[in-house]
Design a protein around this ligand. Structure first.
Ligand code: FAD
Length: 446
């Protein structure tokens, strides 16, 4: 069996590469050992956002009186919320399968092993390929905390399928995944404690806006322990105890459930990667060039596996770039304006450089900051909620970074991302006619 492209991994990187290559008329085989869609569709982006949407609807119902609407008694059924999540996932997975089939991609269900750059084994079959795309993704990192092997902790997978509302939840790690689950369970009335080693939640996002979001959630009842190191976890009669140390000394939190969300790391073992002898970076990830090609010509590494960004939309773009290179089309990967979004309520989003990154790089910048209340639509739809839009510019007005707190930041940040990628100036937004009233009009106000 001979193919122009063999792709290992059917997540956003792998299925995008397969679709683009199939559409271009290349012969493609795609190996997936679990479910098409990868982490993103089955246990990441989509399921979390589906749960969070139910939580948002419940929040609106609980606080409907702010908008002069009476809801006698809002309630929820977690079992049904989880069932709806699974339905959404099934629908989207089927959609991907249909798309790939339409483009004549040979989808092979099974665990693939790389024999060499032109040979992949799956089951008893051997597949030959001219180009090899490795898109095997990442896995949850569980830190070696003393006692961790003796407790029944949740990873995101367990949290997504859990149908019983716990009384309390301790979350180790206040990054994006930790905060999205903190937001979800807080909406459902769970007593949530977030333990974070850094001095602020959401490392990598704008620090000022992250602190504002944290203050918002502290008001809603989440307890945050920042600059706090977890030194042990232990099973107790009704759950788990998390022991920690911080500047105030030693302490502990007891909770019915424990969610570990410290981070993710590329999966480098178990599929014959070592047979390719690829050059690695200092961080021990596979080194790739701007075409996503590794040190071995014809072997490309896209998505979480290369360890650069660990986001689904980055994986998608990297896959397009890799296939374009194979097709001889001019294209190159740029990481200048990758949006980062946290789907809490309110949402927080950023693209380009943060103030912290600009300062660390010694780049002079100017800050333009506006309350979201400059947008009439935002005021109409966000009773008693504040938001901020912050844009960072160079001396000549070129947009270097943009950061937003407030709904729907996830939808609006792409406007900033486009400006940053194309090196546009703040005044360029003023040349476009924005629909009125929209929250996006805030960009014309800057
Ligand atoms: C809880 C959670 C929420 C997230 N939310 C977001 C979000 O909102 N937005 C966002 O951009 N990102 C989000 N992410 C990250 C996102 O899911 C990943 O960045 C994305 O899935 C990476 O895509 P990928 O194609 O590189 O790998 P994956 O999606 O991990 O897919 C890799 C696939 O390869 C398969 N595979 C591995 N080895 C083999 C083998 N040997 N043979 C055959 N198949 C193999 C795996 O089964 C898997 O299906 C989230 C992640 C988590 C865990």
């Amino acid at each position: 069996m001979k193919y122009q492209i063999a792709i290992i991994g059917g997540g956003p990187a792998g299925y995008t590469a397969a679709e683009v290559a199939g559409k271009a008329g290349l012969s493609v085989v795609l190996f997936e050992k679990r479910s098409l869609g990868g982490v993103c569709l089955n246990e990441g982006c989509i399921p979390t956002k589906t749960l969070l949407y139910s939580a948002k609807v419940y929040d609106y119902a609980k606080h409907a009186s702010k908008y002069a609407v009476t809801v006698p008694e809002a309630s929820f059924d977690l079992g049904k919320i989880v069932a709806r999540k699974s339905k959404v996932v099934r629908k989207l997975v089927l959609g991907i399968k249909a798309k790939l089939t339409a483009h004549q991609v040979n989808i092979v269900t099974g665990e693939a092993t790389v024999i060499d750059k032109n040979t992949v084994k799956c089951g008893e079959e051997i597949y030959e390929c001219e180009n090899l795309l490795l898109c095997t993704g990442s896995d949850t990192f569980i830190p070696p905390i003393p006692g961790v092997d003796g407790v029944d902790y949740w990873t995101h997978r367990d949290a997504l399928d859990n149908k019983e509302v716990p009384a309390s939840l301790a979350i180790v790690g206040g990054g994006v995944i930790g905060m999205e689950f903190a937001s979800f369970f807080n909406s459902l009335g769970v007593q949530v404690t977030v333990v974070e080693m850094m001095d602020e939640i959401l490392g990598g996002m704008d620090k000022e806006l992250s602190a504002m979001l944290r203050a918002e959630y502290a008001k809603k009842g989440i307890k945050f322990l920042l600059s706090t190191k977890v030194v042990g976890v232990a099973k107790e009669e009704n759950g788990v105890t998390v022991s920690y140390e911080n500047a105030e000394g030693a302490g502990s939190v007891s909770a019915e459930k424990l969610l570990m969300s410290v981070g993710r790391h590329p999966v480098m073992k178990g599929f014959g990667l070592e047979n390719l002898n690829l050059e690695l970076t200092e961080r021990k990830c596979v080194k790739v060039d701007e075409h996503m090609q590794s040190s071995v010509p014809g072997v490309y590494v896209c998505g979480d596996l290369n360890g650069v960004s660990l986001l689904a939309h980055t994986a998608v773009r990297e896959a397009e770039v890799a296939v374009h290179h194979i097709l001889g089309k001019e294209d190159a990967m740029s990481y200048r304006a990758i949006p980062g979004v946290v789907y809490t309520n309110p949402e927080i989003a950023g693209a380009g450089m943060s103030e912290e990154a600009l300062q660390a790089a010694g780049i002079t910048y100017h800050t333009i900051k506006l309350p979201m209340a400059y947008s009439g639509r935002f005021v109409a739809e966000n009773e008693g909620v504040n938001g901020v839009c912050k844009v960072l510019t160079a001396d000549d007005g070129t947009v270097l970074g943009a950061h937003m707190l407030g709904n729907p930041a996830s939808e609006l940040i792409v406007l900033a991302g486009m400006a940053i990628e194309d090196r546009k100036k703040v005044d360029d937004w003023k040349r476009y006619v924005f629909p009125h009233p929209t929250v996006g009009e805030i960009f014309r106000e800057l």
